[in-house]
Design a protein around this ligand. Structure first.
Ligand SMILES: [Zn+2]
Length: 375
């Protein structure tokens, strides 16, 4: 989606500039807290960063995890996930109790759009011995119009009782891939079926769907405690503030990684440690730790190569896509329907930049991402 290699370097510099204020603001909060313990501290480095970020979250942005958890019993979350996405995309989910599955805990649902069956999904949500340990969506069948219906599965490892909110966000994220796979499964050509878009766009629809797991009005539709009381909007706002803390300096650290991944791909350097130190000093707001060699443990270089920027790129696109939705009614059927038909259902038939343009009615911009950072 980004077009060419030189655009990666431009993107890194652009995000660095946009995240500057937010990064320095939150870094100062960490530094102030560090100075309560060590008044002469001149800076905060990676050795202290996580500890003080945790401390600030606990002391200044505290959200009681137990209080949050009681609103997320797993059965309600699972039904909420189906209800929210069903309502948003005009989909119906019909349980298929006798579908062949690979484990008794796996639930199968047929997916219908406007009364027409378009695919089948499988939810395998809980951990067990020998199972895949992370959270991901897997294609089982890629759909081809008139030939085969799309089938996809979620393999996650959320608890069986009360969930953490970040588990809820993960479920929405992975479900985003699943919905994309099924909705884009009615193509003439297999090559374009499902999540067949450019690598730097693949995460955007899932990052977008995470927004529904953060919206107080959406959460209130299913996040209820034993007494039936919905999660208070005020609590959701505090959860979001805690989650947002550090987003600017995290963006800058991400840009250091993205710059390193791109730079090592295009140039040879006689001293890689010296180059990593140089790039960290330029992009991160935290100084390099002496005598460390970060690049030797940077696993993404193997696999992502120059493409580490894709994480942040797709977030920028996700924020731009989200700007088309009405914050007062995230279910507005006109917007959601346009997004479904013009972006998701297209699969890989067109360049992602064109899909985004077609939905937004303009080329993508960085504005929404910048506004989010500034909050
Ligand atoms: Zn993902």
């Amino acid at each position: 989606m980004i077009g060419d290699g030189a655009a990666i370097a431009d993107f890194v510099d652009r995000i660095t500039e946009l995240s500057g204020q937010s990064a320095l603001r939150d870094r100062q909060v960490l530094l102030d807290r560090l100075r309560q313990d060590r008044p002469d501290a001149a800076d905060i480095d990676a050795a202290d960063l996580l500890y003080y970020a945790e401390l600030v979250r606990k002391e200044q942005l505290a959200v009681d995890a137990q209080q949050v958890r009681r609103y997320f019993p797993v059965d309600r979350v699972r039904q909420g996930l189906l209800d929210v996405t069903g309502r948003l995309f005009g989909l119906e989910w019909a349980a298929v109790p006798d579908a062949p599955v690979w484990h008794e805990e796996v639930a199968a649902y047929d997916v219908a759009l406007e009364g027409e069956r378009i695919g089948r999904i499988y939810l395998d949500l809980h951990p067990r011995e020998g199972k895949y340990k992370h959270a991901a969506q897997f294609d089982l069948v890629r759909g081809v119009a008139g030939t085969q219906l799309a089938e996809g599965a979620l393999a996650c490892n959320v608890g069986r009782g009360l969930l953490e909110h970040d588990e809820v966000v993960t479920l929405f994220h992975e479900f985003g891939h699943l919905v994309h796979h099924v909705l884009a499964g009615r193509q003439e050509w297999l090559r374009f079926s499902g999540v067949a878009t450019e690598w730097d766009f693949v995460e955007a629809p899932s990052q977008l769907l995470e927004e529904w797991a953060w919206d107080p009005a959406v959460l209130a539709t299913f996040a209820r405690d034993e007494s039936g009381a919905s999660i208070p909007a005020e609590l959701v706002r505090r959860m979001r503030a805690a989650d947002d803390f550090g987003k600017g300096y995290q963006a800058r650290t991400q840009m250091f990684y993205a710059a390193l991944s791109h730079d090592l791909h295009v140039r040879e350097h006689p001293d890689l440690t010296a180059r990593a130190v140089q790039l960290q000093s330029r992009y991160s707001v935290f100084p390099p730790l002496p005598d460390t060699h970060m690049h030797t443990a940077f696993g993404h270089l193997d696999g992502y190569s120059s493409g580490y920027y894709t994480y942040m790129w797709s977030l920028v696109i996700a924020k731009d896509l989200f700007s088309a939705f009405d914050p007062g009614d995230l279910f507005d059927p006109e917007v959601a329907g346009a997004y479904r038909d013009r972006v998701l259902a297209q699969g890989g038939r067109r360049d992602a930049a064109d899909l985004v343009d077609d939905f937004l009615g303009r080329p993508y911009t960085f504005e929404s991402y910048a506004a989010w950072l500034a909050q």
